[in-house]
Design a protein around this ligand. Structure first.
Ligand code: URA
Length: 235
């Protein structure tokens, strides 16, 4: 695959190796090379795929696309000791554009979460235009009363403090207090607020699917990179 070339100092700083000014130290120490030849100038244009530091190829010189099993108790904010980002290589915290989750899950919600540093790809999966289906497994405190699926499917449920009703959502009861719910939008604490509006309380919430992505055998806290085919998938 042909890749465009990029200034070395820009490349290493955007991949989180060091600041642009620190690149000169690496060069002086002879630690950066292309085809075994040490580089000397920070402004040299390089093909990211050919650069080595300490004889190792660069850590993901192209955008990252990751499927993660978000565990309970972790938060999607960047600057928090309980951040999901603790589960990824520390260098990725310094990448630019930043490595970020595609939407968010609450601290007490587990399940499928995508992460990337490709802004266009992130936008494609979060844009309301595509109405990506998000499937949740929900446990309620109180038994279902029978009217919930109809209200959720009507597209009329108004959440506290909001002016526009929730989009149509599909609910499948699994037991008296268990259900599967598919939403086509992602509002703040949406599932919990939907059931609060229906006089119930969500006790546990797990996202089983986001568009075509499911966890399969990924354990909580584990992640894997998406394949090229998965990256190209549509909802
Ligand atoms: N709805 C919620 O209430 N929380 C989530 O994390 C996702 C959807």
């Amino acid at each position: 695959m042909a890749h465009s070339s990029e200034r070395l100092d820009h490349l290493l700083s955007r991949l989180g190796y060091c600041s642009r000014s620190e690149v000169r130290d690496l060069l002086r120490e002879g630690r950066v090379s292309v085809d075994g030849m040490p580089l000397r100038k920070a402004a040299t244009k390089v093909d990211p795929a050919t650069v080595q530091i300490d004889e190792e190829p660069l850590d993901h010189p192209y955008p990252l696309y990751v499927l993660y099993h978000k565990p309970l108790g972790k938060v999607c904010a960047h600057d928090d000791p309980r951040a999901i980002y603790q589960d990824f290589p520390p260098r990725w915290r310094y990448r630019r554009p930043s490595f970020s989750s595609v939407g968010r899950l609450d601290r007490e919600t587990s399940g499928v979460l995508l992460l990337t540093d490709d802004g266009d790809w992130l936008h494609r999966w979060t844009s309301p235009r595509y109405a990506i289906p998000r499937r949740y497994r929900v446990t309620l405190q109180n038994p279902l009363q029978g009217h919930e699926a109809g209200i959720l499917a009507s597209g009329t449920l108004l959440l506290e403090g909001e002016h526009s009703p929730c989009k149509v959502a599909e609910m499948i009861p699994l037991d008296t207090t268990e259900l599967q719910l598919t939403l086509h939008e992602g509002r703040y604490h949406e599932v919990r607020r939907m059931f609060a509006a229906l006089d119930n309380l969500v006790l546990s919430l797990h996202r089983e699917a986001f568009g075509p992505f499911t966890l399969d055998d990924l354990a909580p806290g584990q992640w894997r990179e998406l394949s090229e085919i998965e990256r190209q998938m549509e909802s």
